[in-house]
Design a binder for this molecule. Structure first.
Ligand SMILES: [Zn+2]
Ligand SMILES: [Zn+2]
Length: 87
C-alpha cells in the first residue's frame, strides 16, 4: 500500500483503544479499500508485482500471473458478497 492510498488510517489506529481494536480497524480499512478498488471506485495496486491499476482492480493480472489473477478473482467475489451484507 502506498501513502497516497493510506489517508486517515494512522488517525484511525491512533484512536483505537487496544491493539486488537487497531487490527480490526486495519482489517476493515483493507477490506474497504479492496472492495472499492474491485468496484472501480479508485485505483488498485497489486501487492505481488507492484503494478498499479488507476482504473481499479482489473479482471486479471496485467502480466498474466495466475497467482495474481486468483487473488483478483477472489477479492472481487468477496467484494460482491460484502456489498450485500452488513459488516
Ligand atoms: Zn500481481
Ligand atoms: Zn503480475
Amino acid at each position: 500500500m502506498t501513502a497516497s492510498n493510506n489517508g486517515g488510517l494512522e488517525v484511525l489506529i491512533y484512536e483505537a483503544c487496544s491493539e486488537q481494536e487497531a487490527l480490526a480497524v486495519m482489517d476493515k480499512h483493507m477490506r474497504d479499500y479492496t472492495m472499492r478498488a474491485a468496484r472501480g471506485e479508485h485505483g488498485w495496486i497489486c501487492s505481488d508485482c507492484c503494478m498499479s491499476y488507476p482504473e481499479g482492480m482489473p479482471d486479471e493480472c496485467f502480466h498474466g500471473h495466475q497467482g495474481c489473477t486468483d487473488i483478483i478473482q477472489r477479492d472481487k467475489r468477496n467484494a460482491m458478497q460484502e456489498g450485500n451484507e452488513p459488516w
